[in-house]
Design a protein around this ligand. Sequence first.
Ligand code: BG6
Length: 521
Amino acid sequence: MRILNSPAQANGGNGDRKNLDACTIVIFGASGDLTARKLIPALYHLFKENQMPADFRVVGFARREKTDASWRTELRAALDQFSRTKPVDEKVWAAFANNLFYCQGDLTDDAAYKKLETQLAGFGSGPLRENLLFYLAISPSQFGEVVEQVHRCGLLNKEGSAWQRIVVEKPFGHDLASAQELNRELTRYAHEQQVFRIDHYLGKETVQNILMFRFSNSIFERLWNRESVDHVQITVSEKIGVGDRGGYYEEAGALRDMVQNHMLQVLSLIAMEPPVSLEAEAVRDEKVKLLKSIRELSPADVGKQIVRGQYFAGAVNGDPRPGYRQEVKVKPDSNVETFVALKLFIDNWRWSGVPFYLRTGKNLPQSASEVRIQFRPTPNVLFAAQCGSQLDANALTLRLQPDEGIYLRFNGKVPGTTIDVRPVRMHFSYDAEFGAYTPEAYERLLLEAIAGDATLFIRRDEVETAWKIADAIRTGWERKPLTNREFYAAGTWGPIAADDLLAQLGHTWHEPQLLKKLANQ
Ligand code: BG6
């Protein structure tokens, strides 16, 4: 499904995914995990599906000694593990691998960039040398250096119709100040239009479908406001613990790792106003406007509206898990949160007074991401005698992953002579409707970056506004160790305090349910 059809970016690009400009993708950090796990498998699949430009090269830049041949061999082996389609098509791989080249060098060494320049010159004097996508799969502390170096070599702002773009990965800073500093570093030598900040949630098909669903279905759009919606729940739960990422997680925590980026992105797509067009700036303007209308949180509000949690030892579906404090590279008295639940209010015309509940956590009973729009109940007068307060409110659930789909819950009469009402469901499953179509988020994002369409990337003011929200929460937590009510056993739905957060307004969390299971009920 294609929701985006915005025209080319100011810095070149033709906006047409069918006729993409020839270009070279330079991956800084080519020896890293991301390259082998995500980037090369994504490029291989785009190539396999004839979606890459007719002519392209990929140059991997990293410190380790490698040749083109050894890098290709290494990536081929990694593909066996990380490709979403198996087995790897050897013919396709051989044709694809001919386009992969390695450039050995240190990110801080001027000579290495000269080498890169020479390598690019070897691709001729046309677009392969001029249209350049620099992918920074490196630590943010190195962004500034790399951008300055490629600028100095004349690779960044070429004259004429050629384009150069920079793709950056998260974490994009760890607070507002550091994100602003990164933005300053990136835009010292590049224009904002050249910077593509990744949030891989925006590459997910179902996340993109949120806008399509909202703005192409009049039956739902007219209900999408405070008149009809009682509250909204967004759950992004994960069965995995922090595993071997304890070191990173100690610095991040769930708020920085999931809420500041992925969850606020989903929230802004769910709640934003219709954009004037599907052009990148129009969509991003509305997302930023939405983020700015989230009610500010004082430290006292944080105490009332935000719940954090940390898992202790338990079992996820029978699989024993250590407590967070026992994970490798985690301090034994760590106060880092592995769970966050939020009650946010959006102070605008559409949503005034409607609570938005968000929760995310590690070591929860299910891995599932979904948005549930719960509608206001009908006056409970007709069926009160039979159903009491049990009459369920209507709800619409957008299941983002896994088992992608949408289902609507409403009330129906149980067949028989008694008046008995119970919730029933209508559901749409992507799988059943369109067949299994599961491109990785990175495929879409790389394609959009090559095409120069920034809609699915985070704009400077967007990332900064999201950090302001996260920073306010951190300020509220400052110097407050976790209390007993904030711990949860691995394998449960988070701390009790998260349930209390909803109970304040008479709400309860709804557990994500597998659509397939519902269909068979
Ligand atoms: C990443 C986080 O950004 O997103 C991880 O760093 C998290 O901690 C992951 O597990 C979740 O992504 P997905 O696509 O598996 O939902």
